[in-house]
Design a protein around this ligand. Structure first.
Ligand SMILES: [Zn+2]
Length: 136
């Protein structure tokens, strides 16, 4: 999927009037500029990582994965169609630690999958990283 074709951000974030933000006005700010524009909090990071999964942007996913947990390679299941993201909870648990609970839905091989996870994030030198999560 070409990023230029994305009118609506994959993460589905909406403005105050309920209109879904454009990709350029939402996660692209972080995905395309992660060296200079890190996500300001764990929810923005989580949303941008979801969008990066949709776009299969390995570089961004690895850059935002905490070094202690970062996989050497990433494989994407072929034929996955992402259906949407719903952020259920976002809490700063203590300084430089946060958790985000979300549901991501996708279809693959005619099967509907619902991924429900509470993810842990850590901030180091001003940048948030995904550490790991518990799936429900
Ligand atoms: Zn977004």
């Amino acid at each position: 999927m070409a990023q230029a074709e994305l009118a609506a951000c994959p993460c589905g974030r909406a403005d105050a009037k309920g209109r879904v933000l454009s990709y350029a006005g939402c996660c692209a700010r972080f995905i395309a500029h992660f060296e200079t524009t890190p996500a300001p909090d764990a929810e923005h990071l989580m949303r941008s990582r979801y969008s990066a999964f949709v776009l299969e942007d390995v570089a961004y996913l690895q850059a935002t994965w905490h070094a202690s947990q970062r996989p050497a390679t990433l494989d994407f299941e072929p034929g996955v169609r992402w259906l949407g993201l719903s952020v259920k909870d976002f809490q700063v648990t203590r300084e430089d630690r946060a958790e985000v609970e979300f549901v991501a839905r996708y279809r693959v091989a005619g099967r509907a999958v619902r991924l429900h996870e509470r993810s842990r994030f850590v901030r180091e030198e001003g940048r948030w990283f995904y550490v790991d999560g518990d799936q429900f």
